[in-house]
Ligand binder design. Structure first.
Ligand SMILES: Nc1ncnc2c1ncn2[C@@H]1O[C@H](COP(=O)(O)OP(=O)(O)OP(=O)(O)O)[C@@H](O)[C@H]1O
Ligand SMILES: [Mg+2]
Length: 322
């Protein structure tokens, strides 16, 4: 295929995102209409509202993204869209729009799994692995470890038995009075805190398992907050946040390292919203010092966005050429 530009659409959850990329994954324009503010009052996403807002915004957003990229509509010759997993009503809006676009312009459509998007969010940027790797996805809905072989066949090795890491941060953050999603606010607050002050449990700590569980951590955090609610001052909250993200980062990276050892690779790709966390990004250095090659996309490409969907599509095309 003589590819020029790609239109990528991501509408699996609460963000309506559209991007235009060139064939090497360079982002020409990347727009997100976030519904987050609206959901602060509910403490989480309301699926029915999410799908209606996608429908309301998507046409305008696509028009704006194409205008901002300074390319002509006729130069787009591929559409990539998230088709799973996610909220069914929200996915439907992106997929139907992409299908219409593809049929109207007589150009191909590639459907991308949202997790594949997170894994390849950094494809086309410096240092992205070309060989088999272990993938760690930590987001609002997932805490999972994958093996991606050199043909890009992705196998799930382990996942959380209950809450995802981001979900746990959001729920604990809510108890602390932070807005949804709380991960980024916990990160901000943790900058001034002592990560060694509060002690949280780690599930499957000494086991050979590649599974996670964050519900014990959530309960422990809830108990600590309830016991200290009236006594917690700003420094206490900062210490609490720092300790919390310290343990989450440690848990995620310990299991990712174990997966690398089991699958005999020292290459690790990390993605999903929690990969934007400062503590995790700092702790990754310990792995690189041990000889691991660790790839984490820039912070903006960790949370949901459309360019990751475009990049996963480019990766598929590049692989099919080999
Ligand atoms: N700097 C940060 N530190 C920690 N967590 C963060 C940070 N930034 C975002 N998050 C968390 O990332 C999550 C959102 O990530 P993302 O957009 O990838 O998830 P999602 O789309 O909701 O879930 P999924 O990708 O599993 O469907 C939220 O739980 C949010 O709190
Ligand atoms: Mg996501």
């Amino acid at each position: 295929m003589n590819l020029k530009y790609i239109l990528a659409i991501e509408s699996s959850c609460d963000d309506c995102a559209v991007a235009i990329l060139d064939t090497r994954g360079k982002i020409l324009s990347d727009q997100i209409y976030s519904q987050i503010e609206l959901y602060s009052q509910f403490g989480g996403i309301v699926p029915e509202i999410a799908s209606r807002l996608h429908l309301e915004k998507i046409a305008f957003l696509i028009k704006k993204t194409i205008n901002d990229s300074n390319i002509k509509l006729s130069e787009i010759n591929l559409v990539a869209v998230t088709d799973q997993p996610g909220l069914i009503g929200s996915l439907l809006i992106g997929v139907q729009f992409a299908k219409g676009f593809s049929q109207g312009l007589q150009i191909p459509l590639i459907k991308i799994n949202h997790i594949e998007g997170h894994l390849f969010a950094g494809y086309g940027e410096l240092d992205f692995p070309t060989t088999a790797f272990i993938g760690l996805i930590a987001s609002g809905g997932h805490s999972s470890i994958y093996y991606c072989n050199s043909n890009d066949e992705i196998e799930l090795l382990g996942q959380t038995r209950d809450d995802a890491a981001g979900e746990a941060l959001d729920k604990i953050g809510r108890l602390l009075g932070f807005n949804y999603p709380a991960g980024i606010e916990i990160d901000r607050c943790a900058q001034f805190g002592n990560p060694y002050r509060f002690h949280f449990p780690i599930a499957f700590k000494s086991e050979d398992s590649l599974e996670f569980s964050f519900s014990g951590l959530k309960t422990a955090a809830k108990d600590m907050i309830e016991q200290n609610r009236t006594r917690f001052n700003n420094q206490d909250i900062a210490d609490f946040c720092a300790s919390l993200q310290f343990i989450i980062s440690k848990t995620l990276l310990t299991k990712a390292k174990l997966a690398c050892e089991k699958y005999n690779t020292k290459t690790l790709v990390i993605g999903g919203g929690v990969a934007a966390n400062s503590r995790l990004r700092l702790d990754v250095k310990q792995l690189t010092e041990m000889g691991f090659s660790v790839y984490i996309p820039p912070k903006l490409q960790c949370t949901d966005n459309a360019s990751m969907i475009g990049r996963a599509a480019i990766r598929r095309l590049d692989k099919s050429k080999i």
